[in-house]
Design a protein around this ligand. Structure first.
Ligand SMILES: Nc1nc2c(ncn2[C@@H]2O[C@H](COP(=O)(O)OP(=O)(O)OP(=O)(O)O)[C@@H](O)[C@H]2O)c(=O)[nH]1
Length: 684
């Protein structure tokens, strides 16, 4: 199954919420999808702002922690280093003072001089001060150990020194020496010195350990901070990456919306131009062909008029859906504006393939659409232009496709046409004519002509058919064949009918009061719900009773939209008009349907009357129509009677009324009375 797509597939832009833009109608159905651009941008900006805020807060917290930790740890480390240096100094000083004190004691014993005793005493005091200082620096376990190890040795050494110094004082230096040279004194001195060394070492080691512990803690804290920073960074990175992704999605979505038609979800005109430019550049390089199909819906306006714009919108969405459904790879579609769509075929397309695709489009559009409880039928006409033959840029190609569409519309709704040389002039000419017609309407250039309809048995005028003529300022008097189709195409037929009717009503006082006036209503007007109210308003304006107006509806118009036909028939009859079935025999309607519509007259198409004598088939058809009118209880009117023989034959066949050059050509109202003077028709 080939892939269906439209241009925005190229952008491959899924909505942030996951909706697939390849389902145009559904996408546009989603509530809140009409103006989401601002909120999408706002959302993404909010996300980005929040993520940035988090980054800033995270970075500030990390920085504060880092700075605080650096400050605290450097302060603690400095204090520990100070303590360590103090401990080293005090330990050294203690060893020195202990040495000096021991030396002073030895000297006191050796020399017997009391000044060494005094020296010893002062060193002892200094040692005690240093010991107190060391205690303030030493860890508790070292103090405890020192105290327990030195308590007895200190006391014993004190006693021995006391005894030795007393002996020195009394001149018994030998006794003193003996004490100092004794094993006990040596043991206790060594023990005390060892304890002092251990104590100093433990104090210095404790200070060093404190520094090391601080450094370890700092290293751990730093590592922790690094891990936290890393985690926070990773978290923030993910948040940032997430909001970046959302931002990119939002950006894509905004781009997508800017390039798409909000109602149908299809690419819009700007996107179409971009896509065409890209496709043309590709085709130029590859030397291939492109085709552009300009599609205009037929009879779409009456859907809006009759059922409202919401139904019209749903029809447009259904059109978009059907288009997407029938397109294949290399074929893309866009809404060009209003009820116009464009299909671009980027597939080295040959004319026959473009023709085939256009036919598929026309067929798909003419299938009835179910819109809620309503079943509506529209149609489509297609104009085709090709690259590079018809145009070398997007604007030119679209213009050519539009010209082709214009001609296709002019020829027949539901048709298709290729652009060809000379079409531009034709289109320009039609556009000029259309403008002239609009100007002519405002200037009242459309005048009323009347053609009598007579009773065939008495040849008295029974009514007159109102026929429009265009009093063109340069081209003179133009017959309806030269402007009615254009007026229908340009949507001016309603205005034209009212303008001619207004002129006709102004002439009515000059005509016999019992002459009725027949007016033709175009097929499009059947769908116009304002038709009957407008007619009534015009009649009221001129003081003409509705019973004086006979409305002629063609069989073809009645079969095109049967529900509109039933409604307009009902409204016309309720308003008091009579209704004639025009051009009967050309529209393939069913008899049951015609019987149901309750006509007041049936007109036999002139093509049967003209060939009455040459073609037996025509005589049979005319006979059948007259039989039908008789069985429906309404008179038949034969159009286009030009000879006496035809008039006589038709009368014999049972036809009650006739119209044609035999009884009078269409003339201005002022010339009608002349007919009454002639032998064939007399005003009653
Ligand atoms: N509901 C709806 N109607 C729209 C939108 N855009 C344009 N239109 C109507 O579409 C109609 C297009 O006019 P026409 O092309 O003359 O209508 P039409 O009946 O298809 O005429 P033909 O092509 O001659 O058969 C106009 O009445 C616009 O108001 C839209 O988005 N929604």
């Amino acid at each position: 199954m080939p892939r269906r797509r439209h241009f925005l597939d190229a952008a491959n832009a899924p909505a942030a919420d996951g909706r697939d833009m390849r389902a145009p109608a559904e996408a546009a159905d989603a509530p809140g999808n009409l103006l989401p651009t601002a909120s999408i941008v706002g959302q993404a900006m909010g996300e980005a702002r929040r993520a940035l805020g988090l980054v800033l807060v995270g970075a500030a917290v990390l920085l504060a922690m880092l700075v605080g930790e650096r400050w605290l740890s450097s302060t603690a480390e400095q204090a520990a280093a100070r303590r360590h240096a103090e401990a080293l100094r005090v330990a050294g000083a203690m060893r020195l003072v202990d040495l000096e004190r021991t030396t002073a004691a030895q000297m006191a014993v050796i020399t017997g001089q009391p000044r060494w005793v005094e020296r010893f005493d002062s060193q002892r005091l200094e040692f005690e001060r240093l010991q107190a200082e060391a205690r303030s620096l030493a860890p508790a376990h070292a103090i405890e150990r020192f105290d327990s190890e030195t308590l007895s040795a200190t006391a014993e050494l004190e006693d021995m020194r006391e005894s030795a110094f007393e002996a020195v004082t009394v001149g018994a230096a030998d006794v003193a020496r003996k004490i100092f040279e004794g094993n006990r004194y040596r043991e206790q001195s060594a023990l005390l010195q060892q304890a002092i060394a251990d104590f100093s070492e433990a104090t210095v080691a404790a200070a060093g350990a404190e520094i090391n512990a601080l450094r370890r803690r700092n290293a751990l804290f730093g590592a922790g901070l690094l891990v936290c920073g890393g985690l926070l960074g990773a978290f923030l990175w993910r948040r940032l990456a997430g909001s970046r992704t959302r931002f990119l999605h939002a950006e894509q979505r905004v781009k997508h919306l800017a390039a798409s038609d909000l109602l149908t979800g299809l690419p819009n005109r700007a996107a179409l131009h971009d896509e065409m430019a890209a496709a043309m550049a590709r085709a130029e390089r590859a030397g291939t062909h492109l085709a552009v199909l300009m599609i205009d819906l037929d009879r779409f306006k009456p859907i809006n008029d009759r059922h409202g714009h919401l139904v019209g919108d749903r029809v447009l969405k259904e059109v978009a859906r059907r288009l997407c459904h029938i397109l294949r790879g290399g074929e893309t579609c866009a809404r060009y504006g209003g009820d116009e769509f464009v299909v671009l075929v980027d597939d080295d397309v040959q004319p026959s393939a473009a023709h085939h695709l256009a036919e598929r489009v026309v067929r798909a559009m003419s299938e009835p659409m179910q819109i809620g409880p309503l079943s509506v039928t529209i149609g489509a006409t297609v104009g085709i232009a090709r690259f590079p033959d018809d145009g070398r840029d997007a604007d030119e190609l679209l213009r050519k496709a539009d010209s082709a569409l214009y001609r296709a519309k002019a020829e027949s709704r539901g048709g298709l046409s290729f652009y060809n040389v000379g079409l531009d002039e034709l289109v320009a000419e039609r556009a000029a004519l259309e403008q002239a017609m609009r100007d002519g309407l405002t200037r009242g250039e459309f005048v009323a002509y009347f053609q009598p309809i007579v009773e065939l048995n008495s040849q008295r005028v029974q009514s007159v058919e109102l026929l429009a003529r265009w009093q063109h300022p340069q081209r003179g008097l133009l017959p309806p064949a030269q402007f009615i189709a254009l007026a229908e195409d340009a949507g001016l037929i309603g205005a034209l009918m009212l303008s001619v009717l207004r002129n006709a009503f102004a002439e009515l006082p000059a005509l016999p009061a019992h002459w009725r006036v027949s007016v033709n209503v175009a097929p499009q007007q059947i769908q116009d719900e304002t038709l009957v109210p407008q007619l009534l308003a015009l009649l009221a304006e001129h003081g003409v009773p509705p019973a004086r107006l006979d409305v002629e509806l063609t069989e073809t118009a009645l079969v095109r939209d049967t529900s509109a036909a039933r409604r307009v028939m009902r409204d016309l009859k309720l308003a008091g008009f009579t209704v004639t079935l025009d051009d009967f025999g050309t529209g393939h309607s069913s008899l049951a349907y015609l019987a149901e519509l309750d006509f007041d007259k049936i007109k036999i198409d002139r093509s049967f009357v003209h060939t009455l004598r040459e073609r037996p088939q025509s005589a049979k058809v005319v006979d059948a129509i007259i039989g039908l009118s008789r069985s429906l209880g309404v008179p038949a009117v034969a159009e286009g009677i030009e000879t006496e023989a035809d008039a006589t034959r038709l009368l014999r066949m049972g036809c009650a009324l006739g119209q044609g050059y035999l009884f009078g050509r269409p003339v201005p109202a002022g010339e009608l009375p002349g007919l009454g003077e002639g032998p064939r028709a007399t005003a009653a």
